[in-house]
Write a protein that binds this ligand. Sequence first.
Ligand SMILES: N[C@@H](CCC(=O)N[C@@H](CS)C(=O)NCC(=O)O)C(=O)O
Length: 203
Amino acid sequence: MKLYDGGRAPNPRRVRVFLAEKGIEVPLVPVDMNELGHKAPEIEQLNPLMRLPVLVLDDGSVLTESVAICRYFEETHPEPPLFGRDALGKARVEMWQRRMELNLMMPVAQAFRHIHPAMREWEVPQIAEWGEANKPKALEFLALFDADLGDRPFVAGEEFSIADITGMIAIDFMKPARLEVPESCANVRRWYAAMKARPSAEA
Ligand SMILES: N[C@@H](CCC(=O)N[C@@H](CS)C(=O)NCC(=O)O)C(=O)O
């Protein structure tokens, strides 16, 4: 088994944090995304979308999409459960995972990719106005998330889950996108500090 990894890029990191939380070691194949290594024929053959991460199993099966890769490891290593425990818990994790991905990670990524000069070759066409238009979307969602989060310890309830991983990485990604969690989002700030204090955040 091997995991084609993209260093600090957010989606490969989601999988590495997930693996760290599970205590699973998977051999990594580092891909230098700064040198557009993800556009190399080896990656294109595995994933025609030319995106990372990519997991290749021992029988040659290929999996892409961070959450699908995490789901695979959830099934092979059920403990600790990171996709929820019972029907309601699993549905809540799914709900928050999608909310984090679609309402936070996505607008942050759009802001970064459509504004940052380093993304000119990645995001074609690069439309700065679209990047700017996404910034308030991320901030509006953070305000809603803050109100819902209150003082509960984790995004989807009383237990850590993949929704916390996506949320933490989306907020880390705000820095290069030149966005900040507003002072008014005290619950989000408290939760984010707790996520960053977990050893897996170093992965
Ligand atoms: N939906 C995919 C997104 C994968 C993705 O966009 N990965 C980024 C790195 S964070 C990438 O490979 N980007 C290359 C590009 O945009 O050319 C997932 O969840 O894995």
